[in-house]
Design a protein around this ligand. Sequence first.
Ligand SMILES: Cc1ncc(C[n+]2csc(CCOP(=O)(O)OP(=O)(O)O)c2C)c(N)n1
Length: 327
Amino acid sequence: MSMTLKEMWIAKEVALELYRKMVLIRRFEEKCAEMYGRAKIGGFLHLYIGEEAVATGMIPLLQPQDTIVSHYREHGHAIARGLDTKRLMAELFGRSGGTSKGKGGSMHLFDDSKGFLGGYAIVGGMMPVATGIGLASNYLKTNSVCLCIFGDGAVNQGEFHESFNLASLWKLPVLFLLENNGFGMGTRVERAHAGTEIFHLADAFRIPSEKVDGMDLLAMRDASQRAIDYVRSGKGPFFLEAMCYRFRGHSMADPVAYRNKEEEELWKRKDPIANFRREMELSGLVTPKMIADVEKSVEDEMAEAVQFADASPPLAPEAIYDDIYKE
Ligand SMILES: Cc1ncc(C[n+]2csc(CCOP(=O)(O)OP(=O)(O)O)c2C)c(N)n1
């Protein structure tokens, strides 16, 4: 841990809430894997296990008027933003109780009441959307920040460069957050990027940038606060590169044959949940009972989510024509 809870003046209630969010994301993802195996969830499924500190370090610092657009590995972002896990699970089950009545599924989570404006399956596709949201925000003077989350695979797409250029030129309030987990599907960053210090790409667009250890919740929270403050001050976009690792494959169909166990074990020592738990214990701010209570409440919430999703009926076929246009 780069900084301690006490150095960051984080109260025990906040620490426990952050811990709860990370555990909730992990258990949700584990439950998804289980439900996939039981054919309750179909299609593609990309798990966020290992990357929990990125979402949890950043998203709770946003304001209600702020918005988020993300990629297809977005369950953790939605949970960190406070979307209801029952409705999220129902969405993954393709049921009417889901956040998009089951029409969106795992890669397209959406809830505009929370400013969560979509997971996007097109690599880089969320970047022009975020730029447009930033333009609307300046035009309507909403004082809102748009958090745009993407993976390292998006960086070599044209949209990355086009969006960085316009966002900088027009001083748009977009916080670009790269989750650099070292791989685009099975391709290592080093094999796909001529320059691997990706945060330096922002220099060409005169966008300030920073690289942060995305496995370290407190470092992530600290860097996120600086980035959000900068963007909200009206000076334009900011680019934060969070270094992280996904403990699972690209999707459920990936046997992860492109890396070895030694590498995985090294990264697992950086497990954000285990390390933050240790930091809480060392701080003396929380007791083992408080931690156990949090973990129990997460287990209960997961059981309710699955029960809700399973009990929720599929949408009637004629409802396929609903919600296509919005006046
Ligand atoms: C425009 C586009 N091209 C190709 C794909 C197929 N594809 C899906 S994920 C992915 C890799 C994305 O890289 P990154 O976000 O770094 O990967 P992850 O960590 O999720 O594996 C690709 C090429 C796609 N979805 N969209």
